[in-house]
Design a protein around this ligand. Structure first.
Ligand SMILES: NC(=O)c1ccc[n+]([C@@H]2O[C@H](COP(=O)([O-])OP(=O)(O)OC[C@H]3O[C@@H](n4cnc5c(N)ncnc54)[C@H](O)[C@@H]3O)[C@@H](O)[C@H]2O)c1
Length: 285
């Protein structure tokens, strides 16, 4: 997600510090950005000069402090782990300028909780980009309990500058996107678990019947079944309603290491370089 966010900021003329603890991750990120820009040049949506200008707007850092010095906005997109995010925000609060807005791209962690470890909760906000960032138009902006109106307006306008469509929501478990998406994915898994229909049938009904570009089981594989499980647990714990309880089949698949695209198998088998949709042998009739 970090490379996509850097891509859209750099392409709209912002000077970007791309920060990661891992140098190989930074090298991979620059390579991905360059390849994605090449694709845009090939399609005629940007020129070669614009590609080079975009790349020249990005500087990489493995040191947080050097990267955030004199920046007006930080968009954190590190691994989805609450302890890690709280540590990063404590550090950012110390290292970034006092006026710097601290945003998080978290999919499910409370913005109010993240803000609570800083001395500037009014300047902490959620800026939830969708994957793939250069393609997807939505930015779900999440106002924490103490986020100021001024900061919310600034991030709304900044998202428009990036060519995105911002939507402002309040900070409750799952925000809006995942509060609605994850129960749908969970229901698709329950439908499979109860033997109502097979993987292909469920995805075909949702693709052709509801005009979804991808069926919910295929989408779950792309998001990562571990990520889906963790977001459902956030909804279940945070809202206290049994309707959010993760399907036992999802729990079993994650325990077995069947995580979807990232592990090579989930509801489908995923072979690098192939776009064929092959149902996993576990779900073949
Ligand atoms: N993947 C998605 O589809 C998606 C969509 C929307 C939001 N998100 C959110 O975006 C964030 C990142 O997701 P991702 O899928 O890109 O994760 P990822 O695990 O692929 O990448 C996270 C990166 O963070 C780096 N990192 C770890 N600790 C760090 C630290 N202390 N300082 C700097 N960098 C650090 C890792 O080296 C890694 O390169 C998460 O909060 C996730 O919930 C993901």
């Amino acid at each position: 997600m970090g490379n996509g966010i850097a891509h859209v900021f750099a392409m709209t003329g912002h000077e970007v510090s791309l920060i990661d603890v891992s140098q190989p991750a930074l090298d991979r990120a620059l390579n991905t950005i360059s390849k994605n820009l090449d694709r845009m040049v090939a399609k005629g949506s940007i020129t070669e000069t614009e590609k080079l200008a975009t790349l020249s707007n990005i500087t990489t850092y493995t040191d947080l402090k050097s990267g955030v010095t004199s920046k007006e906005l930080v968009v954190e997109a590190a691994t989805e782990n609450i302890d890690l995010k709280l540590k990063i925000f404590r550090d950012l609060d110390e290292m970034a300028g006092t006026d710097t807005i601290l945003a998080s791209n978290t999919s499910s962690i409370s913005i109010t909780k993240i803000a609570s470890v800083t001395k500037r909760p009014d300047k902490v906000i959620g800026m939830h980009f969708m994957n793939p960032v250069p393609v997807m138009k939505l930015v779900e902006i999440i106002n924490g309990y103490s986020t100021s109106k001024e900061v919310s307006d600034t991030i709304f306008n900044k998202s428009k500058e990036l060519g995105k469509v911002p939507v402002i929501v309040n900070d409750y478990p799952g925000f809006v996107a995942n509060r609605i998406l994850m129960p749908m994915i969970n229901e698709a898994i329950i439908t499979l678990f109860e033997g109502v229909a097979g993987v292909e049938e469920i995805d075909t009904v949702m693709k052709l019947g509801m005009a979804h570009p991808m069926g919910p089981l295929q989408l779950a594989d792309f998001i990562g079944l571990d990520v889906c499980l963790s977001i459902l647990n956030v909804l279940h714990d945070g809202l206290g309603n049994p309707k959010y309880a993760p399907c036992p089949l999802l729990v079993n698949m994650v325990t077995a290491g069947k995580l979807g695209v990232k592990s090579g198998e989930g509801f489908y088998v995923h072979t690098p370089g192939s776009k064929d949709l092959i149902v996993s042998p576990s779900f073949k009739k």
